[in-house]
Design a protein around this ligand. Structure first.
Ligand code: CA
Length: 230
């Protein structure tokens, strides 16, 4: 199953490592950026599902990173949890209109942080946190690994399941073959981009694209998008 991906932006190595370790243990895919500039580049390339953003960062401050994330169309709705220092600093940052979805004051416990991550994901991207996701006449049950279309059961191979599970989390969003490879096959695996086309073809066939509306749109020279409404 494609797990939500989290970008941790923290310049303190020890804390970044601790966050990565604990979030991976919870099943998230985690990448780390050490400063604000790197964070903005990562958001653009990797399109994470959530960002944990330290306020005090070298080069570009956490507040500025958050504002720039909000200013870009593609990342406007990206959930951001801001990490702040204790006391006055956290009161001040809460009073500023940074656009963060939640704030966690340092020092914090990992239990508290992972609970906030789950809550933000559930609120903002219900598709990422729920066991069942629905889009049009398609439904995916992640616990039972079952897919239905218009009430009929659809049998999918494991790769097609992960592919659909990933696409249904972001209906309407266009993903390049490279982005789908990273999310579904993992960035450590070498697979040719054409492999994505093969599995998209199988997925379409299994979903009955020859008799019912094709749920997966091919966007020429860009990639694929799950779109039953468009
Ligand atoms: Ca810092």
């Amino acid at each position: 199953m494609a797990q939500p991906s989290i970008l941790v932006v923290e310049d303190e190595d020890a804390l970044a490592t601790l966050l990565q370790y604990n979030l991976e243990k919870e099943g998230y895919r985690v990448s780390v950026a050490g400063d604000g500039e790197e964070a903005l580049a990562r958001v653009e390339e990797a399109q994470p599902d959530l960002v944990i953003l330290d306020w005090m960062l070298p080069k570009v401050s956490g507040i500025e990173v958050c504002r720039r994330i909000r200013a870009r169309g593609e990342s406007r709705n990206l959930p951001v949890i801001m990490l702040t220092a204790r006391g006055e600093e956290s009161d001040r940052i809460r009073g500023l209109d940074t656009g963060a979805d939640d704030y966690v004051s340092k020092p914090f416990s990992m239990t508290e942080l992972t609970a906030r991550v789950r809550a933000v994901l559930r609120r903002i991207r219900p598709g990422l946190a729920e066991d069942r996701v629905q889009h049009g006449d398609l439904s995916v049950d992640r616990v039972a690994h079952r897919v239905r279309r218009g009430g009929r059961e659809v049998h999918l191979g494991p790769t097609e399941f992960r592919l659909l599970d990933y696409l249904i989390q972001h209906p309407g969003r266009v993903f390049s073959r490279e982005q789908l490879l990273d999310a579904v096959w993992g960035s450590e695996v070498y697979v040719e981009a054409r492999t994505v086309d093969v599995h998209i073809g199988r997925l379409r066939k299994a979903l009955g694209a020859d008799t019912a509306p094709n749920p997966i749109r091919t966007v020429r020279s860009a990639g694929y998008s799950l779109d039953l409404e468009g």
